[in-house]
Design a protein around this ligand. Structure first.
Ligand SMILES: Nc1ncnc2c1ncn2[C@@H]1O[C@H](COP(=O)(O)OP(=O)(O)OP(=O)(O)O)[C@@H](O)[C@H]1O
Ligand SMILES: [Mg+2]
Length: 354
């Protein structure tokens, strides 16, 4: 496949599409954990890693393939087995990046990015852009590094002593790892919402305006305006406007999750990072969050990790499949679910492995 992509605003061509070939070669920068930083409250880690489950669902658009008990991918795919075996052996692998990214403006550039927890490497030379104003879904089997990757975007992994990284992630052209960067600011610009809603044991109002409080904003009028605007944007205002001083812990799970989104929006982010935001919610609450994501797209760039293939197909513009810490295939969602380039991707989105 021939492709064109924009990196750093510069158009480059590739013989066969993989973005990994496109980013300027240069010495990889190794960033070691430097110091503990103040976290935005909605970015406090609340989950132990590796707890998600693959929910196998038939996709709406994929070819009809019978679902069965998940088995290792290499065992079910003769065509792709050697490639996956090679990945498992740690041999180099080139991501399959679709040409459509040439028409997109990147807000985030993930550039030859690798990460290890102590001696264990979990992300391998990932290069991809996140298009501005679009919804990008990250899918892949449990433990493949989805949460690790999105937590790097706003430096959440700084909290883990053993983390070592190579490569770079740029937000609007500036490295998020630049020593001159204010980490609190990065976490405001790339707000995060976790799998399990994590409201603070305080009122709804104080939860929403927390990002302003820690900036020292005291003006009641400003706080009230931001609270209402954020709750409206998170589609929660009508349900809570008469009870803003009620403790947020009394809200339902779905309301709590929208409250966490409102809190992230109050920080005026450019990017919203959602790590399985619906996995603890019932179908009605899930629908509300999905509708909300579609409404917020355009104004915000959204990156969502999900195990729900139907959800990825419904709400995202682009989908990236990770496997064993590698970016396998990345393209427009409709292509990934209906005509992926790689047999491995088709096997995953049709539930044949995980
Ligand atoms: N703090 C940590 N210390 C050591 N290893 C970690 C840490 N966090 C994650 N890992 C390991 O890194 C790998 C990737 O984990 P990560 O949580 O990013 O996967 P994931 O794709 O989000 O999985 P899931 O779908 O289950 O949420 C796993 O092998 C996990 O055990
Ligand atoms: Mg995860």
């Amino acid at each position: 496949m021939k492709g064109r992509v924009l990196m750093n605003g510069e158009e480059k061509r590739t013989a066969n599409g993989p973005l990994t070939r496109l980013i300027a070669d240069g010495p990889a920068v190794t960033h070691r954990k430097r110091r503990r930083e103040t976290l935005m409250p909605d970015q406090w880690p609340d989950e132990s890693p590796g707890t998600g489950k693959l929910i196998q669902t038939e996709t709406e658009t994929a070819s009809p393939v019978a679902l069965g008990t998940p088995v290792p991918l290499a065992k079910v795919l003769s065509a792709g087995a050697s490639r996956l075996d090679a990945i498992a052996r740690g041999e180099p692998f080139e991501s399959e990046i679709h040409a459509e990214f040439a028409q997109e403006t990147p807000i985030l550039e993930i550039d030859h990015f690798s990460l290890s927890y102590g001696p264990k490497q979990v992300l391998f030379n990932i290069s991809m852009i996140i298009p501005r104003g679009k919804v990008t879904a990250i899918i892949g089997p449990s433990g493949c590094g989805k949460s690790t990757l999105i937590r790097c975007i706003n430096r959440m992994n700084d909290l883990i002593e053993s983390v070592r990284i190579e490569g770079d992630i740029r937000l609007d052209g500036t490295s998020v790892f630049d020593p001159a960067v204010d980490v609190t600011e990065i976490r405001k610009r790339a707000g995060m919402v976790f799998q399990k809603p994590n409201p603070f044991p305080m009122s709804i109002f104080e939860n929403v305006v927390y990002p302003l409080r820690i900036q020292g904003v005291r003006d009641r009028r400003v706080l009230a305006e931001v609270c209402e605007r954020s709750l409206r944007a998170a589609a929660l205002w009508d349900e809570v406007k008469d009870n803003l001083h009620q403790n947020a812990m009394q809200l339902s799970g779905g309301q709590q999750q929208r409250l966490c989104i409102a809190r992230a929006l109050a920080g005026d982010p450019e990017v919203l990072l959602l790590d399985e935001p619906c996995s603890a919610l019932d179908p009605i609450a899930t629908n509300k969050i999905e509708d909300l994501i579609r409404e917020l797209a355009g104004t915000y760039t959204i990156v969502i990790v999900t195990h729900n293939m139907q959800q990825a197909a419904r709400i995202s513009d682009f989908t990236a499949l990770l496997y064993l810490g590698r970016l396998i295939e990345y393209g427009p969602t409709r292509r990934i679910f209906s005509a992926p380039h790689l047999p491995e991707t088709e096997a995953y989105v049709t539930g044949r492995f995980g």
